[in-house]
Design a protein around this ligand. Structure first.
Ligand code: NAP
Length: 288
């Protein structure tokens, strides 16, 4: 790993970003973290990164942190940002001659219009058009979606009420997404690659819940609810309406056609991806 490189991590207080920062620091890479000025989650940032305040919504605020940066780990907080700021942000990356590793989504393969309900496809198009050196991590759902979607229900009782319990996914551990990014940010040979970044196993949502039950010693149950009710709740929680609809349509297809599983993580990292059970064991306290 080239320890003279300087890498900027966006989304550094999200689910993937803190893993990426910690792994880069452990590897001795000079690591910068982009944080909103009044970031309420600043405590999630591992110690040792150089903190730069700025916002992807204000491209001019990025100049200081991009000065001297070689590579950027880009995560686009799509619920909070208008994609129309994308070209201006990418201009900044080009001006500062930065390579980019972007956390995209398996959703780019499901044939939706590349804007509202498929912002990752839009972002991939724009990054390619901007003439940057890029690597895309087209990830399946993060394992932590189980916590985001179910932990509150499981604090209140033993039942998860959600649609498409039989949808078969291949959840990927956030630390593995970060590990893929760290390789692509710091090694040669990853430019122009689209890594379909998946977990190692096909699991229905009901099976994921069962695993959480196993590791917490709880008897947990799944109750399917209609998609329209779930969509209303997602929109209420801030999902753009077309994106919520697109996600639910995708889940419906996964009942009959399991999500893709690839060997891209093993190919790049030289080891298999972490399992959902490993993730659940690490996070069992979130479900107690
Ligand atoms: N979850 C999935 O299953 C999934 C699947 C495929 C792809 N992805 C992609 O993965 C990426 C990373 O997800 P994640 O769960 O780690 O992140 P996340 O939890 O969605 O957090 C987003 C991060 O961006 C920061 N942020 C918010 N507004 C910002 C702004 N204006 N400028 C700069 N930073 C801002 C947030 O800061 P605060 O902490 O202050 O809010 C946070 O650190 C996402 O961009 C998503 O598109 C996710």
């Amino acid at each position: 790993m080239d320890t003279t490189q300087r890498v900027l991590v966006t989304g550094a207080t999200g689910n993937v970003g803190p893993h990426a920062v910690a792994q880069l620091l452990r590897a001795g890479v000079q690591t910068r973290a982009l944080l909103l000025a009044d970031d309420p989650n600043a405590g999630r940032l591992p110690k040792g990164a150089a903190v730069h305040h700025g916002s992807l919504a204000e491209p001019d605020s990025l100049d200081a942190c991009l000065e001297g940066t070689d590579a950027v780990f880009l995560m686009w907080p799509f619920f909070t940002l208008d994609v129309t700021t994308v070209p201006a942000v990418l201009d900044k990356l080009r001006e500062h001659n930065c390579r980019v590793v972007f956390v995209s989504s398996i959703g780019v393969h499901i044939g939706l219009e590349p804007v509202d309900n498929n912002c990752h496809a839009y972002l991939e198009q724009q990054i390619e058009k901007a003439g940057l050196e890029w690597t895309f991590l087209q990830t399946t759902g993060f394992a932590c979606n189980a916590r985001i979607s179910w932990a509150a229900q499981l604090k209140a009782g033993d039942v998860v009420r959600s649609p498409y319990g039989k949808a078969v996914r291949s959840p990927v551990h956030e630390a593995d997404v970060a590990a893929m990014a760290v390789r692509a940010l710091t090694e040669d040979g990853h430019t122009g690659k689209r890594y379909v970044t998946t977990g190692p196993e096909a699991l229905t949502q009901i099976e994921q819940l069962r695993i959480i039950g196993d590791v917490t010693g709880r008897h947990l149950r799944w109750e399917d609810v209609p998609a329209h009710a779930a969509k209303a709740a997602m929109v209420e929680a801030g999902w753009p309406q077309p994106y919520a609809a697109g996600a639910l349509d995708y889940f419906e297809t996964l009942v009959d056609k399991p999500e893709t599983i690839t060997h891209h993580i093993a190919g790049v990292l030289g080891r298999p991806p972490r399992t959902f059970r490993e993730w659940a064991e690490e996070h069992a306290d979130d479900f107690r």
